[in-house]
Design a protein around this ligand. Sequence first.
Ligand code: 5GP
Ligand code: MN
Length: 336
Amino acid sequence: MQQIEALKELLATPKKVMITTHHKPDADALGSSLGLSGYLKKKGHQVQVITPSDYPSFLNWMSGNDEVLVYSPKVDKQAQAIIQEADVIFCLDFNHLGRINELGAYIEKATATKVLIDHHLQPDTFADIMFSDTSAAATAELVFEVIRDLGDEKLIDIPIGECLYAGIVTDTGSFRHASTTRNVHLIIAELLQTGIDICKVHRNIYDSYSETRLRFLGYVLKDKLTVVREYNTAFISVTAEELKEYNSQTGDTEGLVNFALSIEGVRFAALFIDRTEAVKISFRSVGDISVNEFARQHFNGGGHKNAAGGISHVSLNETVEKFVNLLPLYKEQLAQ
Ligand code: 5GP
Ligand code: MN
């Protein structure tokens, strides 16, 4: 409540607000940012969302998408100026400044009051006001609560509601993960009350594959999936050449790792993608296996207990080999 009072005071007069979120924003990162942005604009603030990188085109339907500044070296000066001039900087859906590339150093130096709204484990303490709840299903859930606790739930309209809904639906795996609490469903009920079109949101996010993306999925599942029965583990690896061959766009590999986890008996899944500058890894697990710890210890990453990511600076083959060699260390947890 102290944090809400501090935020209320901070936003009592019109402010220059900058909102950012993690590298390669997903629906929760972008949806919570644009939902919050829509609300703050209604309150009379001047708001600019800056993402540290581009994001999948299946998120372009979100209200406010057209005004997002996507960071690239070309807009570096503009981004720096916005950050320097901001009174308030909101950091959404990430837990440390290392997750936002170049923007991290700029925000660290900025004089603005920093507000963190996030649900990742082990958050850093760079923010002045913190709404960090690692039991929350999505940052969008927390944004809803912040708006509600500021006394402004009535300002949540259809465009804002659809952004927040998108964040919650994706981060809960369409309401199937353990994070899907009663509270989540109560918030969804409130969002439905605004008149949001959930069919539109689902279709935009899940049923908008390009033909090449679907064929890429078919190829990967047929030829690139390895199942290690002994350790109830499955993984997929994708080379830079394969990405090129299938003209892979940002977002085309999203959700791939879940197919590995969907195999009966599999409790630990990984996806390795050669992004040329580094190998990007996604981890997923079921039950007590903490992929957050696994990613932190071995792959310079982190995230949530059952969904985390990491990075590797050796080759794709060496990265996969390192992963496979680690499995015996987790035999007891994995073989249950
Ligand atoms: P995904 O596998 O979908 O990219 O990410 C799963 C979760 O792990 C997300 O919550 C994401 O924010 C987090 N995550 C992904 N990559 C990294 C990383 O390199 N470092 C950290 N700390 N978290 C990550
Ligand atoms: Mn999230």
